[in-house]
Design a protein around this ligand. Sequence first.
Ligand SMILES: [Zn+2]
Ligand SMILES: [Zn+2]
Ligand SMILES: [Zn+2]
Length: 358
Amino acid sequence: MPIIERVAWDNAGPEDIAYRFPKLTLKYGSQVIVKENQWAVFFRDGKAYDVFGPGRHTITSNNIPLLTGALKALGIIGDIFDCEVVFVSNSQFRANFGGKAYSAPSGDIKYQAEIGFYGYMLYKVEDPKLFVVEFFGNRGASTSRDVENYIRGFINERIISEFGRHDIFEVVKNADVTTDKVALKISDEAARVGLKVIDCVFEGINIPEEARRFASGLGAQAMMMQYMKETAGELKGAEGGGAAAAGLGAGVGLTMPFLMAQQLQQAQTAQAQQVVICPNCGAKNPVGMKFCGQCGSSLAPPAKIKCPKCGAENPAGMKFCGQCGSPLTQTAETTCPNCGAKNPPGMKFCGNCGAKLG
Ligand SMILES: [Zn+2]
Ligand SMILES: [Zn+2]
Ligand SMILES: [Zn+2]
């Protein structure tokens, strides 16, 4: 191995976040040249040691004490040693992200909405040593592209897992708050791998119309529950001691609010049946109308998918049954290309003629 006398990252492009010089044979006295906006990190056996900032450095045992200590511990004593040097850029970078996430299960049917998202993150390396250990040590990156891919994957992973903690009601009502929470979470976790998030911007959050309807339905239900609770509380409070003293009243005190709440619910259901609210513009339309009189949108109730396993009805667009968790997508029959017989989904061979399906 030739001894390298001068190490520099000369051809750094604006898109390059890091450059790894693998297996260099250096000596005490070799020069390491670090440009403005760069760091040089000494790296060996998956560990990061000393860090050089911008400037021209002549390697001595004094300015790489951590690596020198490690070499001594390995019994490597002398002027010549092998190590890797990873140059890291101090510039700001942009990572676009985008994908699909599922909201937390909500409501009685554990509805999960598919949320589309896209945006970008501005970031830079803040702790070069931690960054090198995480990306070049633990994740085996060797180029800027590898690092970029990891960062993009990292962002998407965090977004998907964070959305999975918020139900669709929260996402619809508080999209900004929810994305702020997601961004904060990404910031926290990025710091753990040596990165500083300058900005994390969600440019778009796509929530299917079906999910919006579901979320507003949930909202009405939640309001109803609250109203029932309040009414029950008021009635209880009003009757209070007098009823309890009468002995017989105690039962009435408990059942009355319940009955009233039930009546209220029935009244609201009846009312809800007289008008159909347009999912698009919110206009009230008489029952039986197929299209909104205001905007012309379809007023048909949302399509339901029957679970092929347990028979539960699920809102259209769901991938898994809210009742039993079975996949809902594979409901199509397969027509045999040989004899034309219809076969249940998932069959590999035709039940009629034995031909291979699909
Ligand atoms: Zn309408
Ligand atoms: Zn099911
Ligand atoms: Zn067949």
